[in-house]
Design a protein around this ligand. Structure first.
Ligand code: DQQ
Length: 543
């Protein structure tokens, strides 16, 4: 079926077939980026979880490798679940992961490469000491999983590792264990942080970001200091979204405090307001950056997944930095290597978008695109409005079809000629009677497909816009995925979409302005067709 075949992506990481979920243990080793991932060898639905493995020179082109780990011991017989890698200063690589036992008890295990001199790290050996951690008193046997990358603090030889859980009152939390050798751990963990009401924290991540302007990403064990903030991320099992917060790490106590209690983990900011979960960062020592991977699931039916024979993608890896201009959010941006896929490009300048305008952009094939667009709103018209759409919210709105005074305006991608299918990426301004202006960034899948066995939603949230800034967006389109980054990556949205008509040569791009009271100018729109990545089976004929 040509429609189903079209949905497979061209420059996103996917296994050759079957079900994938969380990214695991990303790391850089001897010239190669390694990605492991939760994979079902038997079908396109979750189950029988093993660790798939692939390597890349540039985070774009991949070589699949043999499975790194399978459920072959009692302590992981029910699945080799998520975990993280740590590189020790002596060159050792330590992989900590969760095993689910036949009774579904969650325990932590240790594995190491059989041969660290193999740049591809093809063979993994599980420790004879496994399991190296079992659920501590007071923690549910099924609520103890997903160890982080380990880190060290100044003047202490002990390594720290965080593990997600929840307490009896449904507070989500992160526990910290100390270890010298990754085999024996302090008996009683430290409670690093807990947030009432947030439930089980999966795939906790913990890392430093620089608060100084123009800085690079930071190594996980970089010492805390005045110009360093620490991020805590938790994947909320209850609502399947990844939440982060920025705060301060007390290295002596192994506790962490958010800068803004109202924006604590699980109740404030998300990495992504669309489909994006169980993410994990790693530090890339070559380009000195922190890189984020996230699992992007399907929003079609299980039946469709079985028909097409696969389910899930990994997001385009994103660099992560603290936004030093606002100080209160991260900036996420596609890794620079993605730009090497750019082929022919087209630029449009000063496109006037009157109220209700829809303008087609002739870009040729529009199924694999990289788009950068900048919009300017007519300030006098905004000024003239005394109040606009206070109480607006992307997810409860009517989407791009709903007309407000100062929005929506933006782009339609994966649209067909008569707009019977379209995925809308747009801004929406609201204004209070006190003159305060806020900007929402939304993505509307309601009309992305004529098929009806799909989850269709309007995603989005506020995006900070500083004085003097235009509105800007970057959009990556790859068949069945649309990833959008507003204001340099302050707010991000990922959608899975399944057009039935806007496919192959019928996919188009439009600019639109559905606001009733404001003219908008698309100051500049650059659109590149993106090449396909090479994602090759193993063994490769040449390395
Ligand atoms: N997926 C893994 C767990 C993790 C969950 C199992 C998050 O380790 O908590 O496949 O998606």
């Amino acid at each position: 079926n040509a429609m189903l075949a079209w949905q497979r992506t061209a420059f996103h990481f996917q296994p050759p077939k079957n079900w994938m979920n969380d990214p695991n243990g990303p790391l850089y080793h001897k010239g190669w980026y390694h990605l492991f991932y939760q994979w079902n060898p038997d079908s396109a639905v979750w189950g029988n979880i093993t660790w798939g493995h692939a390597v890349s020179r540039d985070l774009v082109h991949w070589l699949h490798l043999p499975l790194a780990m399978v459920p072959d011991h009692w302590y992981d017989a029910n699945g080799v679940w998520s975990g993280s890698a740590t590189r020790l200063p002596d060159g050792r690589i330590v992989m900590l992961y969760t095993g689910s036992t036949p009774e579904s008890v969650q325990v932590q295990n240790l594995a190491e490469p059989a041969d660290v001199s193999d740049p591809l790290l093809r063979e993994w050996v599980k420790s004879d000491a496994n399991p190296i951690l079992v659920p501590p008193p007071g923690i549910g046997l099924k609520d103890f999983r997903d160890p982080t990358t380990a880190w060290r603090v100044p003047n202490d030889t002990a390594w720290r590792v965080a593990i997600g859980s929840k307490d009896r009152d449904h507070a989500g939390l992160a526990l910290v264990y100390r270890t010298q050798d990754f085999v024996r751990y302090d008996e009683a963990p430290v409670l690093m942080h807990a947030v009432p009401g947030t439930g089980m924290w999966e795939c906790v991540d913990f890392y430093p970001v620089s608060a100084a302007e123009g800085e690079n990403g930071m190594e996980t064990s970089a010492p805390p200091g005045p110009a360093v903030k620490h991020v805590v991320k938790a994947s909320l099992d209850d609502d399947k979204h990844d939440y982060y917060a920025i705060g301060t790490y007390d290295a002596a106590a192994d506790t962490w405090t958010p800068d803004d209690a109202g924006n604590d983990v699980g109740i404030g900011l998300r990495y992504d307001y669309g489909k994006f979960y169980a993410s994990k960062t790693f530090y890339d020592p070559v380009l000195r950056r922190r890189v984020l991977w996230g699992w992007v699931g399907e929003t079609d039916s299980e039946r469709a997944d079985i028909l097409k024979g696969w389910a899930s993608l990994q997001s385009i890896p994103r660099t992560v930095l603290l936004d030093t201009k606002t100080g209160s959010n991260l900036l996420q941006w596609p890794v620079v290597e993605v730009e090497n896929l750019r082929m022919s490009g087209k630029s449009f300048h000063g496109v006037a978008l009157g109220r209700g305008a829809i303008v087609p952009l002739d870009v040729g094939r529009a199924t694999q695109l990289d788009i950068e667009a900048e919009f300017e709103v007519d300030a006098a018209a905004v000024e003239a409005v005394t109040e606009a759409d206070v109480g607006f919210n992307c997810s409860t709105s009517a989407g791009a079809a709903g007309r407000g005074m100062l929005g929506p305006f933006g782009l339609l991608v994966l649209a067909d000629d008569d707009l019977s299918e379209q995925t809308a990426v747009y801004f929406y301004l609201v204004k209070g009677t006190d003159g305060s202006l806020k900007t929402f960034f939304c993505q509307d899948d309601l009309r992305a497909s004529r098929a009806n066995d799909l989850v269709k939603r309007v995603y989005g949230s506020l995006v900070p816009v500083l004085h003097g800034e235009n509105l800007s967006v970057r959009i990556l389109v790859d068949h069945s995925i649309v990833e959008s980054f507003a204001q340099g990556g302050r707010t991000c949205i990922t959608s899975r979409v399944y057009p039935t008509r806007a496919i192959y040569d019928s996919a188009r791009v439009f600019l639109f302005n559905n606001a009733t009271n404001v003219h908008v100018t698309a100051k500049s729109v650059k659109i590149w067709q993106l090449n396909s990545a090479h994602i090759r089976p193993y063994p490769a004929s040449s390395l």
